[in-house]
Write a new protein. Structure first.
Length: 179
């Protein structure tokens, strides 16, 4: 009898302590970008700035969840051979990724993310075989940290793996989370 009461109290306490995380977020982001592999020389290196919207419903007692994110990034790359009109290569990248969130530690305010999806890349100068618009896959891994209704994070993004210029980005995200 005592063990049944103790189990009921623990179950009620666990339900009471479970709080839903804010399911959505709007974030600004910025960081560094560079071409990789054969595209390192044509693209060069530079910076990106942009915005991201995410939907990731999850309660704090769960260790796994899902996320969907839309990001738009504006970039400027220097020291690349593809920049023929200007001294820099200007880019616009938009992507939609779907992924998982995982909390491997005890704190309910920090999560690892892994995402994959599709992206569009547009450049002001032709890159590679003469194209300026590219469609291809995008992957990202990162960490999310909630501080009240704010969220911040760091992502490593890898884009255009198959049919466009390959690039890697390290971005820092800051934003608000809410319903």
């Amino acid at each position: 009898m005592r063990s049944a009461i103790a189990a009921a109290v623990v179950s009620i306490a666990a339900l009471a302590s479970a709080e839903p995380l804010p399911p959505a977020s709007l974030e600004v982001l910025g960081g560094g970008t560079s071409g990789t592999g054969a595209d390192a020389k044509p693209l060069g290196f530079g910076y990106v700035i942009g915005a991201e919207a995410a939907w990731q419903p999850m309660a704090t007692e769960r260790r796994w969840g899902w996320t969907v994110r839309w990001a738009t990034l504006f970039g400027r790359l220097y020291d690349g051979t593809a920049a023929t009109i200007d001294d820099s290569l200007r880019t616009v990248q938009m992507d939609l990724t779907l992924g998982i969130r995982f909390r491997p530690w005890a704190t309910p305010s920090r999560y690892l993310t892994a995402r994959a999806g599709g992206g569009l890349l547009r450049t002001n100068d032709p890159v590679g075989s003469g194209g300026r618009a590219f469609i291809g896959p995008v992957t990202a891994v990162g960490i999310d940290q909630y501080i009240g209704s704010f969220v911040m994070g760091i992502d490593v993004r890898y884009g255009m793996i198959a049919n466009g210029p390959e690039q890697v980005q390290l971005v820092v995200r800051l934003g608000v989370a809410g319903p």
